[in-house]
Design a protein around this ligand. Structure first.
Ligand code: SF4
Ligand code: SF4
Length: 241
């Protein structure tokens, strides 16, 4: 029987995931054309973005980047549709570096605040600012996701970084001692986070909030059932690898 090359084997292997996450993402992805295309005719549709920012800030206080993993229209589009044509190359370490994330955050926020100050007093123009921010982000995200993993943008997304720092101690992905560092969690993670790297010799290790979308893919696929979510105070203080 012919041997399947490792790359093809990986693509063929089924990823277990929580099915309601898939449906919530498919539903939320519809908001992307509503805001970007519909906003051309009705710029006030850009205020949907303000509603989503409010929503994720509320969720982040209890569930970290849960919004990114389950509800973000852009993330959903990349994971469910862009993935069909992506070349799926590994995410560059640069995109995971702290300085790069926060540099992008400052650039994007400066751009948005400058445009908002110019549009102030005109609701149509303000709506259009939020729509334009989505167009810029989606454009960059598609560019990255076509070559690298489809959700590469999510490793540097300014809104994701904001949620990550707003939830440093809550609902963290926790790695128990029985982890055998098989790296299956790394292979199924949409943003190439490797939970096994946070395993501790004694007690539990925890993945930093900003590095995890709370999608549960790794939990569902871990052969040793070594992963779960827990608040910081519920486990021994982790030491970064
Ligand atoms: S899949 Fe489970 S056992 Fe394997 S490295 Fe990840 S946490 Fe450890
Ligand atoms: S570390 Fe696990 S829960 Fe977090 S984003 Fe990756 S696969 Fe999802």
């Amino acid at each position: 029987m012919p041997q399947i090359p490792p790359k093809k084997q990986m693509r063929k292997s089924k990823i277990e995931e929580i099915c309601c996450r898939k449906y919530s993402q498919l539903l939320m992805a519809l908001l992307l054309p509503v805001v970007i295309v519909g906003g051309y005719l009705c710029p006030r549709l850009g205020f949907i973005v303000v509603g989503l920012i409010t929503l994720f800030m509320i969720i982040a206080s209890k569930r970290g980047r849960f919004y990114c993993g389950w509800l973000c229209p852009m993330g959903a589009f990349h994971e469910r549709f862009l993935s069909l044509v992506s070349r799926q190359k590994p995410i560059l370490p640069l995109f995971k570096s702290t300085w790069f994330r926060w540099l992008l955050f400052i650039v994007m926020m400066s751009l948005m605040l400058t445009r908002l100050s110019l549009a102030w007093g005109d609701s149509k123009a303000i709506g259009n600012v939020f729509r334009m921010m989505w167009i810029i982000s989606t454009g960059m995200a598609i560019g990255l996701g076509l070559y690298f993993k489809p959700r590469t943008w999510c490793t540097v997304c300014p809104m994701g970084s904001l949620q990550g720092v707003s939830s440093k101690n809550t609902y963290l992905l926790t790695v128990e001692e029985q982890c055998i560092q098989c790296k299956k969690c790394l292979r199924v993670c949409p943003i190439s986070t490797y939970p096994g790297a946070y395993r501790q010799e004694k007690g539990a290790g925890q993945v930093p909030s900003i590095e995890c979308l709370r999608c549960s893919n790794c939990i569902m696929n871990c052969p040793k059932k070594a992963l779960h979510f827990a608040d910081r105070h519920q486990v021994q203080e982790p030491v970064s690898p």
